[in-house]
Design a protein around this ligand. Structure first.
Ligand code: FES
Length: 272
């Protein structure tokens, strides 16, 4: 029983939705701006990535390869873009990007930060903090199809493998335009390198990475190396949302840069 001197818990009833308003909230700030921007940016990315994935051209020009088409493993890959080999065989005749984009997209789709973002922006579930859930029922991620979100750790390991491949592509981008000899550099070399860096920091700041390096330990004192790694990942994890956006922009820009050079839209400035 609570006495008059004890602090009491005050429960504030959810505000009713005022007539003419879409959402019930007492917030007076522009809470809708962030989900609106996220809706616009993610929609634009999905449209762009879909167009490029189905385009099936302008994804490789010596010494640059688009991250949307790497590794290129189909039979009709542009010569030079198949560093892992054309392992799929001749039965596959669609765009090579469709074979591999499932892995980076699966990683992003199940990312904890993106989930927060697109649940708010696309499904308004919930729209924002202190804004009432408009749906009559929310079963969360405990049922299909959202149960699939629990596969994030699996996609994390795929993402690591893709980062290695895209890092190798960035190294190859320092060859001469005819593909011979290293220690050359164009603007594209820097674009692909920056993209690889952003993808690494996005991946290494992942919550699953934090768990992989420091999870399931009873005593950090007995695992000093894992503790040190966990500390580094935890520091990066604070900025995971920024890395998520930076890497999304960088991967789209890297693809667009290769597209622009390969299609003749613009030329690649060479430094040496
Ligand atoms: Fe965002 Fe893992 S939580 S990539």
């Amino acid at each position: 029983m609570s006495s008059s001197t004890e602090p009491s818990l005050v429960t504030t009833p959810s505000p009713a939705r005022p007539a003419g308003r879409l959402f019930a909230t007492r917030r007076t700030d522009r809470w809708w701006l962030e989900p609106l921007i996220i809706f616009g940016v993610l929609s634009a990315f999905v449209l762009y990535a879909t167009w490029r994935a189905f385009a099936n051209k302008y994804y490789y020009i010596e010494p640059y390869q688009s991250p949307f088409y790497s590794p290129c493993v189909a039979e009709d890959c542009i010569p030079g873009s198949d560093s892992l080999g054309r392992i799929v065989g001749g039965w596959y005749t669609m765009s090579p990007a469709l074979l591999i984009l499932i892995f980076p997209l699966g990683f992003r789709f199940t990312c904890y930060y993106y989930r927060r973002s697109y649940y708010r922006a696309f499904w308004v579930s919930p729209p924002a903090c202190a804004v009432a859930e408009p749906h009559p029922k929310n079963t969360g991620e405990s049922r299909w199809p959202l149960l699939i979100q629990n596969s994030h750790r699996l996609w994390f390991y795929f993402a690591l493998a893709f980062n290695v491949i895209l890092t190798w592509d960035a190294v190859l981008a320092f060859r001469a335009p005819d593909g011979t000899g290293f220690f050359h550099m164009g603007l594209g070399s820097l674009v692909l390198t920056a993209n690889a860096v952003f993808l690494w920091i996005y991946t290494l700041s992942c919550h699953s990475c934090r768990n992989a390096v420091g999870g399931r330990l009873r005593h950090f004192s007995k695992h000093p190396i894992r503790y040190r790694l966990w500390t580094w990942v935890s520091r990066m994890n604070v900025f995971h949302n920024r890395f998520a956006w930076a890497s999304l922009f960088s991967v789209a820009f890297a693809d667009f840069y290769v597209y622009g050079v390969a299609s003749g839209l613009f030329s690649d400035p060479r430094f040496f």
